[in-house]
Each structure stands twice: as C-alpha cells, then as structure tokens.
Write a protein that binds this ligand. Structure first.
Ligand SMILES: [Zn+2]
Length: 653
C-alpha cells in the first residue's frame, strides 16, 4: 500500500487530468471499504456472515457442478455536465455497449486474449458463468435502454461526493440491478480508475464507479483511455462487487481468500514479462494476468476457479446477491403477463397529528400496490405494499406536509408510480382556549394581568412558565389570587419585587389560593406571579384560570372563616330545572362583594362554559344562556374562595 501511495503522490505532482489515465492503475475499492467499515459497525458482521456462507458453499462441493449461467441486469448511469452525447464524459452508446460486451467475454472466458494464459495457469483459468445484460425496464417498470444519462451539473467528483449524494439519489434497486456510474474523478481522487462496493455494504451505495475513459473494450478501446481504455477496469471492479479481493491480498504476501492463486508480494503494474516471480515464501510465479491485479488492460485476461467459486457463492441459496439471478430487469415491460395502468384518485383521509389513511382508485388486474411516502422537500421515500386500495400510515410528524405515490403491481410488471398527492398532518396541539399572554416565560417578560377579571392561559410544554405582574392602588391594597380549572398539577409563586412572598403548591389539580391582606403597601411595588407545572406538568390543550382580586377590605382567610360562624355559606338555586335554554341562577347574597366563578360541566367532566362575576352584597342573580349546548345532563358549579357547590340540571330545549 505504501507503494501505491507514493506513486499516487508522484502522479499528483506531475499530472494534469489528462495524464492520470496514463499513470499507474489506482482502484479505490479498499479505501472506500475501510471508510464504510469505520462508519457502519454492523457492516463487518454482514461481511463475516457472507464469508461463512461462501465457505459453506465451497465446502459443499456444489461449486464443482456447473450451474445455470447467472445473467445480471446492468444500468449505466452516465454522469455528465451538459456535454453532448458521445462527447467527453458523456460517452457514446457504442462505448457502453462495447464495455458490456467485454464484461460478457471476460466473465465467460470468451475473451480473445485468453489464448495468452500461460500453460501453468490454464488449468485454473475459469469461465465464471456470469453474464450481463443492459436493463430493459426501470425499477418502476418503464422501458429503458439501460443507459441512464444524468446531467448533474458538476464537472468532476470525489469518492466522498459520490458516496454521500450521487449514488443515493440515483441508484436503482440493487436487488435487481448492477448499478454502474461513470464519472470524472476529481479533487483528491483524481487519478482513480474506479472502485466498487463489496457485498455486505449499504443498499443506497451498492455498485461500481468507473472513470468514463476506462469504458470500452479490447475491440473498441476508449480513445481517451490509454492503456486503461479496454474495459478491464470494469472487469476488475465488478470482480470486487462479486466479492473478489486484490490478488496480493492488500498486504505484503497477503491473502486474497482464494486457494488457487499464487501469493503475490504486492501489486503489479504495466505489463510484466512472464514469468514474474514472487518474493514471498516459495517464490511462485505470480498470476500477473489475473483481472484482480493492477496491470494494464491488455495484460490481464483471466479469473481463477477459486475466484469463480467466491463469485458463484453469492448467487447460491442464501447468497447476498441471489436476488439478481431472478431479476426481471432485462425483460422489456409488456412482455408477457398483464400490464396495468397507473393508479389515480389519490387522497388522504383521517389525517391526524401522526397518522393518515392513504387511498387510491382500484386498478384493473392489479394484485397489489406499492406505496411510497416522504416529507415534501426530502429525497428519501419510505415504501410499503398494500393489497387493498388504502393503507394506514403511522409515525408521521405533526403539522408536516407529506407526499405519496402509488403504483399497481400486475402479472406483467408494475405500472410505474403515479403523480404525488400531498397532505399536511394536524397541528401539533389544538388548544381549546386562547392564551393571550405568551410570550411571558421570564420575569422580565411578565405581562400585566387585569385585576378582578378571570384570565386564561396555557402551560403548553414541560418547560413553559408564565409570568404576570400587577400593581396596587393606595386603597385596594388587599390581594387574593386564585388559580383554578387546572388540567394538571400547577403551582405558582408570588413575589413583591424581588422578594418571594408565597408559594402556592397544593397537590394535583386542587385550586391554588393565596391571600395577602396588607396593612399598607407602596404603590410603587410591583407584584409578580410565576405559574409553572410541578415536575414538568403541562397541558397543550387546556387552559388554567387565574384571577387576581384586590379589595379595600381584608379577604377572609380560612382561619377567619372557621371562626366566623355568622358568615353565610354560599348557596344557589337553578330554575327552571329542566332548563329549556336559559338557566336562572339565584345566589345567596354575599356577605361582602366577592368574585364567584360559575362553570358548567358535561357528564364526561369536560368544562363547556365558565364565567367569573362579582357577587355583591345586594344583587345575586345570574342568567346563564345554555341554549348552544346539546340536550342532556350538566353540572353547574359555583366556586368562591371558601366553597365549591354543584347542582345537576337537565337541559331539554
Ligand atoms: Zn481493485
């Protein structure tokens, strides 16, 4: 490996782009493998499992029997920057066809230069029994030539760019196709001839990448390719993709996991004279003409039987590339079976915060449907299948736009995906009340709270706190603060300027009340109330009530009330009952002017109406309009600081 690095550095020092192709062969497969293994700890386990399956396949002896030749559908993604077809990196159809032909010759030992194989290796030179076809149908079932020209608006590519963005955004289903991308390598990867992903790697980056000028054949060399223009880079890289290692094992006298290849001390370049002896133990003649060495295109022309066994194991039962052997990628659409039309009438129903039902119209002849969904503006689809014309999609994000597409699956293939239908999930919370005080999450952002008027507000997250402030007049110097209708365990603190006066911290949803009867108070003092959920309690949908009352006379405290038997307990009557629309509520007159809260609850305990009003010493009648409510049983609740009273009423309009 040191030798390669040194040569690469030398090449970079002397080279312009056009010179790289004339320098030493450089394959990026092992470098990419190392990066992938570092980024994905599970990959090593997958590769190890593939090695075990390969060993079992070879140990079974099945590889001694010729099997049906495996035909692999290939798509060539020709990545260009706007050049005309047949110009520069936008290579011609003829060169692509020539490359495909060379792969078929090399993997069937039909290559003309197989005649050059030395007699000592003739016995192990193998027909790998793999052949290749240009894809005739796209993953969605449309017709194709297998040549996918993509103007990506970029002149050259590093391997990192190819791995992170180019491949994932352009790859065809790796279980059905061998993906080949042709590019100009740039940046630190200029001079690379190609690289492949080994079996066991990610589904989004699987395939082979080739320098455009390496695409060609022995019979039709690429005019820009020099000694690497005869298509053997593809043969070499597809060898990696089929689990072959470099013949020197990527180490000095390393192990290529094949028993019938000689031990090479390192890579060979150019066109070594035969015989070239290894310096490793036994000094064997090296198999410099093996496709997995680094020699020039014209000087590599064989696979060994051991290499063939490794490749064929991938297509045996349990093999990691077995699905390719049955791919329909090289069957033109419409050839046999029933084709079906693209689904239409897409709609989303039952849209909730995290789920929706996706619907479409039935397609005649369809046995099932493929459905794919993604957030609008993203590139990755989540896919699923359905045998009916709807499916429930869960795990969505609230208040987010999604698009989905559907294709029909028929015996003759798939219809191709429909145009997108879009929908937006429900808002992340749907408060049943309005919080007009936010943002008031800090003391410095405290909002003025109106006095003697019921206010409502939300604690809508675990970290939300609400700050309020008020000042007193010289006469209205007594304070009563009531927090009620609590959806969860809320507490509050009362401050005068920076001094904490009280903490109201009843458990559960019990009302919180603080009374401050002041003998005197400066009108310049500012009072602050901090409301918060105990231990992060909150409700994104239900408000709490907060009432700050001020009075010239002292508020009765619980102790006073217990000792003041002359005080009338609160009571009320409702008439008529059943209520026909308007409920008349008669209160016993208050012993002092005070605020009372009248609330109406339905039988499920849900508050449907609430108002707070002054109950004076003189007048004590309230008119409650219930005509907007549905008929049924209701509970009217009356509350002041001392008591909570309830009456059941029937509403019968
Ligand atoms: Zn290689």
């Amino acid at each position: 490996m040191h030798k390669i690095s040194a040569l690469l550095i030398a090449a970079m020092l002397v080279g312009s782009m056009s010179m790289y192709a004339q320098n030493e062969r450089k394959c990026g497969s092992m470098e990419v493998l190392e990066q992938q293994l570092a980024a994905d700890p599970e990959m090593a386990n997958r590769m190890e499992a593939i090695e075990r399956q390969t060993e079992q396949y070879i140990a079974s002896g099945n590889h001694n029997h010729d099997r049906v030749v495996v035909t692999i559908p290939v798509v060539f993604h020709i990545i260009h920057n706007g050049d005309a077809v047949g110009t520069n990196e936008n290579i011609s159809d003829a060169l692509i066809q020539a490359q495909l032909n060379q792969l078929n010759l090399d993997y069937r030992k039909l290559n003309s230069d197989a005649s050059l194989i030395p007699s000592i290796f003739a016995g192990v030179a193998a027909d790998a029994e793999v052949q290749f076809c240009l894809a005739q149908r796209t993953p969605s079932g449309a017709a194709t030539t297998g040549i996918n020209r993509l103007n990506q608006g970029q002149a050259s590519w590093t391997m990192n760019q190819i791995e992170s963005s180019l491949k994932p955004s352009t790859i065809w289903d790796r279980n059905k196709y061998l993906n080949v991308w042709t590019v100009i390598f740039g940046g630190s990867d200029a001079g690379t001839l190609g690289y492949a992903q080994f079996p066991g790697g990610s589904a989004s980056t699987d395939g082979v990448v080739l320098l455009y000028s390496s695409v060609g054949s022995v019979a039709t060399p690429n005019p820009a390719g020099g000694v690497y223009g005869r298509g053997r880079t593809a043969t070499h890289e597809v060898g990696h993709w089929l689990n072959l290692r470099h013949i020197w094992g990527d180490a000095t006298c390393g192990n290529d996991l094949v028993s019938d290849t000689p031990v090479h001390n390192t890579a060979n370049y150019g066109c070594p004279a035969y015989p070239h002896y290894s310096t490793c133990s036994g000094t064997p003649v090296e198999m410099t003409m093996n496709y997995m060495d680094y020699t020039d295109d014209a000087c590599m022309y064989m696979f060994s039987a051991g290499q063939k066994s490794r490749m064929q194991a991938l297509f045996a039962t349990g093999g990691s590339r077995a699905s390719l052997a049955t791919s329909d990628g090289c069957t033109a659409p419409g050839g046999g079976g029933t084709t079906c039309s693209i689904p239409s009438g897409l709609s989303a129903t039952a849209i909730a915060q995290t789920s929706a039902t996706l619907n479409w119209g039935a397609v005649s002849g369809a046995s099932s449907y493929n459905v794919r969904l993604r957030q609008v503006g993203t590139t990755t689809w989540a896919t699923g299948t359905a045998t009916t014309t709807s499916t429930n999609s869960t795990g969505l994000t609230c208040n987010t736009s999604y698009e989905f597409q559907v294709e029909a699956v028929c015996s003759g293939g798939t219809s191709g995906y429909s145009a997108s239908a879009t929908f937006t999930t429900s808002s992340c919370s749907t408060p049943t009340c309005t919080d007009t005080f936010e943002a008031n999450n800090s003391k410095s952002a405290a909002k003025n709270i109106p006095l003697n008027t019921l206010s409502t507000a939300l604690i809508n997250t675990a970290t939300d706190v609400d700050w309020y402030k008020f000042t007193l007049t010289s006469t209205q110097k007594n304070i009563r603060i009531t927090m009620s209708n609590l959806p969860a365990d809320y507490d509050f603190k009362l401050y005068r300027n920076n001094t904490l006066l009280n903490t109201a911290q009843n458990g559960g949803t019990t009302n919180e009340v603080v009374i401050r009867n002041n003998t005197s108070t400066g009108t310049s003092n500012v009072y602050y109330i901090q409301v918060y959920g105990y231990n992060g309690a909150f409700s994104a949908t239900q408000c709490y009530n907060l009432l700050v009352e001020t009075s010239a006379t002292a508020f009765r405290t619980g102790a006073e009330f217990a000792d003041s038997m002359e005080l009338q307990p609160l009571s009320f009557d409702v008439y008529p009952n059943p209520v026909t629309g308007i409920a008349n509520i008669h209160l016993t007159p208050g012993t002092a002017d005070e605020m009372v809260t009248i609330s109406v609850y339905d039988v499920t305990g849900r508050m449907v109406m609430s108002q707070t009003r002054l109950n004076s010493k003189e007048t004590a009648d309230v008119v409650l309009d219930m005509s907007q409510l549905s008929n049924g049983m209701y509970i009217i609740r009356l509350e002041n600081s001392e008591a909570v009273l309830s009456r059941k009423v029937m509403l019968s309009k």
